[in-house]
Design a protein around this ligand. Structure first.
Ligand code: AMP
Ligand code: MG
Length: 419
């Protein structure tokens, strides 16, 4: 038996051989969730001009010195400036212009007085006639309720950095800078190939000894979630000829990565490694991880290849630990670290000395999280995984983890404190 490889060493070796794919330009409406492949610099100030932050009147602050509800200051209203227009007035002493949020500040004005602080009341149907005068009930300092040019983003400023995953607010920023398209990382094409003579596609009837193929579907979902484009290849029987045929089919799809499941263990029909030895090479095999020990990594036809174990839980754990970061690397993502929390074990746990990923449900207890291991921790127990909030990591070397010991939990979903 070969030595089991260290999880961190394996990940580092895999990542060091992977490089960001080329990028593509997408319409801003399709940018959400993609990895930004350029730095976004502002080519102009945002906002580009001084504008009003409120609905009210553009004024000269000096005119309103000493104004109060008891001693209002009366100003002559000389114009009306809705948003989207260009002011055609200039404010002199004793004058004001009605102005709406987002409208440009007219020359001469240095502040905005909110409508609530005046004698005016408007219906919002745009029908309010322009008054001749307005009484103002308070003083303002210059600059009050004005947005200055460049207040939000300065010309030349780097607004967004290459490698971030675009969230809705980022898309808004890019639009605010006037960009209709943006460069994003191409989605890695990931061929998914489940092997196993026992596998039947969901929807068909099971014969004795057969099981439904869950891994292809789960892995396709994981790949999509991780920003890749899944390409599911038909399952292979556990024969060298059939596995080889399916790998050829996978390669014909010109994938950036091939992920297979099952057939990498030490059983008599575990032929995936035999086929890879013929079509490429295995660089790494057998990792000090539980579940997921039989993980293999290498190259097939020049394409990086993960041979994940067949047990669904092992397949998911090894996807999370090795494949997800690899997809992030292929996309040039810089913000891909998994969300982690620390939690205290709710019960005693035994481990076998491998780095173990336990399926846990998390419960808030005062200031801390308590982790409840879910039922059977068998690597075949998919439902416990579906119900888990996260994977609690018991480090290598630990064999007894008593209740109350604190460990890192890799989150599988967002947590709310109230659960
Ligand atoms: P293997 O890695 O081939 O030894 O498979 C380990 C276990 O995972 C066996 O019980 C297989 O039947 C099961 N298994 C393998 N592939 C899949 C799959 N695609 N979907 C669900 N279970 C699978
Ligand atoms: Mg098998």
């Amino acid at each position: 038996m070969t030595e089991l490889l260290n999880v961190d060493d394996v990940l580092e070796r895999i990542l060091s051989g992977l490089h960001a794919l080329d990028d593509e330009t997408v319409d801003l409406l399709h940018a959400h969730g993609r990895i930004l492949a350029e730095d976004i610099h502002a080519e102009q100030h945002v906002p580009a001009f001084a504008s009003s932050a409120m609905d009210g009147f553009a004024v000269r602050a000096a005119d309103l010195t000493g104004a109060s509800a008891d001693r209002p200051v009366r100003l002559l209203v000389i114009g009306d400036i809705p948003a989207g227009t260009r002011p055609d007035v200039s404010i002199q002493a004793g004058q004001a212009a009605r102005i709406m949020t987002g409208a440009p500040i007219p020359p001469g004005a240095d502040a905005v007085i909110r409508v609530e602080d005046t004698s005016e009341q408007w219906a919002s149907d745009g029908e309010a006639p322009l008054p001749e005068h307005v009484d103002v009930f308070r003083a303002v300092e210059p600059g009050r309720d004005l947005r200055q040019p460049g207040e939000s983003i300065q010309t030349g400023e780097r607004a967004l950095a290459r490698g971030i995953t675009l969230r809705p607010a980022d898309v808004g920023v890019i639009a605010a800078l006037g960009r209709a398209t943006v460069a994003v990382a191409r989605r890695p094409r990931v061929a998914i190939l489940s092997t196993g003579t026992e596998l039947v596609a969901p929807g068909a009837l099971l014969e004795p000894g057969q099981i439904y193929n869950s891994n292809s579907y789960m892995l396709a979902a994981l790949v999509s979630e991780a920003g890749g484009e899944p390409i599911v290849v038909p399952t292979a029987l556990d024969t060298v000829a059939d596995v080889r045929r399916r790998f050829d089919e996978a390669l014909a799809q010109q994938p950036d990565l091939i992920v297979s499941s099952a057939g990498v263990s030490v059983g008599t029909h575990d032929v995936v490694r035999t086929v890879i030895d013929a079509l490429g090479h295995i660089d790494l095999w057998r990792v000090n991880i539980r579940p997921g020990k039989p993980l293999a990594y290498g190259q097939v036809g020049g394409v990086p290849f993960f041979g994940l174990p067949g047990n669904p839980v092992s397949a998911l754990v090894t996807f999370e630990v090795f494949v997800r970061p690899s997809l992030a690397r292929l996309s040039g993502a810089i913000d891909a670290s998994p969300a982690m929390v620390e939690a205290a074990l709710a019960e005693d746990v035994r481990s076998d000395g491998r780095r173990s990923f336990l399926r846990v449900r998390l419960e808030r207890e005062g200031q801390q999280w308590r982790a409840h291991p879910l039922g059977m921790q068998s690597s075949a127990e998919l439902l416990a995984l579906a119900r888990a909030d996260g994977l609690l990591i018991v480090p290598e070397g630990v064999r007894q983890a008593p209740a109350g010991s604190r460990y890192q939990v890799r989150l599988l979903r967002a947590l709310s404190d109230g659960r």
